[in-house]
Design a protein around this ligand. Structure first.
Ligand code: GLV
Length: 303
């Protein structure tokens, strides 16, 4: 059994992301790694760190890790599902509501000194209540977003390669459709799919053009699921009405075409960033790491 005092820790408390050579040097002789999504743990890193037995990602997504390479080398990979589900779903809703009701524009306007009188036609937005919500990806977070939609009396359509149990579909009042149908019918499309080779640029010129001109796209999954250049054109040219984005193709870079647009709400990848949830994520990652080093099964392995 591991005695906590016996664990020696090399903690990178700088905000700078370690370069690959720095990461490899710091991993020398280490048994485990607890890391964030900004660290790319590829086969080269794993090969250079043969003492590492576990890579514990402090995130539910793990596209920063070459899981197949890790498994080939006998390295356990873990992530932090469940603990961030509700917080991430809350934030997808925050983006949806902020974009629909132009909250960021309203805030800027209210602060700007330009508000001189109540104005009938000021900052009209889109209704959410009673509209159609399309979910692309219907895992834990997609379902938590759907549960919130019950309170908004929405019709909810989802696309996922796996059909949910009939009981789940009934409880959440959702129906599974092909992607094209979801995009054509939804007033709001929220992405909750992992980033995989097959979901890269799932939202591209063709699929964005399928959406209603009045529709809003929300992305709190992974940036590369959306072709950002195509999205910029969609927003500039009115193929869709707006977007709420927490993630970007090349974080922390944001496509310069998005910056001046008023019909987009931008956030710096903070969907799981509530104090309680970030502590829960870190705690789960530490528990995963210590379990493996103690010869026990990890709590939340990536398979
Ligand atoms: C954050 O992006 C996560 O995957 O947890």
């Amino acid at each position: 059994m591991l005695i906590p005092g016996e664990v020696s820790l090399d903690y990178n408390d700088s905000l700078a992301v370690l370069s690959k050579p720095e990461l490899i040097a710091r991993l020398r002789g280490k048994d485990g790694l607890i890391c964030h999504i900004v660290s790319s743990i590829d086969d080269e890193v794993l090969a250079a760190a043969p003492t590492v037995k576990v890579v514990a990602n402090v995130a539910v997504g793990y596209n920063n890790i070459d899981v197949a390479a890790a498994h080939r080398r006998g390295v356990v990979v873990t992530n932090t599902p469940d603990v961030l589900t509700e917080t991430t779903a809350d934030f997808a809703w925050a983006l949806l509501m902020a974009t629909a009701r132009r909250v960021v524009e309203a805030d800027r306007f209210a602060r700007s000194g330009q508000w001189h009188r109540w104005q009938w036609d000021l900052l009209w937005g889109a209704d959410v209540y009673g509209k159609t919500l399309g979910l692309v990806g219907f895992g834990r977070i997609g379902r938590a977003v759907a549960r919130r939609a019950l309170g908004f009396n929405m019709r909810v359509l989802y696309q996922d390669s796996v059909r949910a149990d009939a009981a789940v579909e009934r409880e959440l009042s959702v129906s599974r459709q092909e992607l094209e149908a979801v995009l054509r019918e939804a007033d709001f499309v929220s992405l909750h799919t992992p980033f995989l080779p097959e979901t890269r640029h799932l939202m591209n010129e063709r699929t964005l053009r399928l959406m209603k001109k009045s529709a809003i796209l929300v992305n709190a999954s992974r940036g590369p699921v959306v072709d950002e250049a195509a999205l910029v054109r969609a927003l500039q040219e009115g193929w869709i009405a707006g977007a709420g984005l927490d993630v970007f193709e090349e974080e922390p870079k944001i496509h310069p075409g998005l910056i001046p647009l008023t019909n987009v709400v931008l956030a710096p990848h903070i969907a799981s960033a509530s104090s309680d949830t970030r502590v829960a994520m870190a705690t789960l990652a530490v528990r995963n790491c210590l379990a493996v080093l103690d010869g026990k099964p990890p709590l939340t392995p990536v398979r």
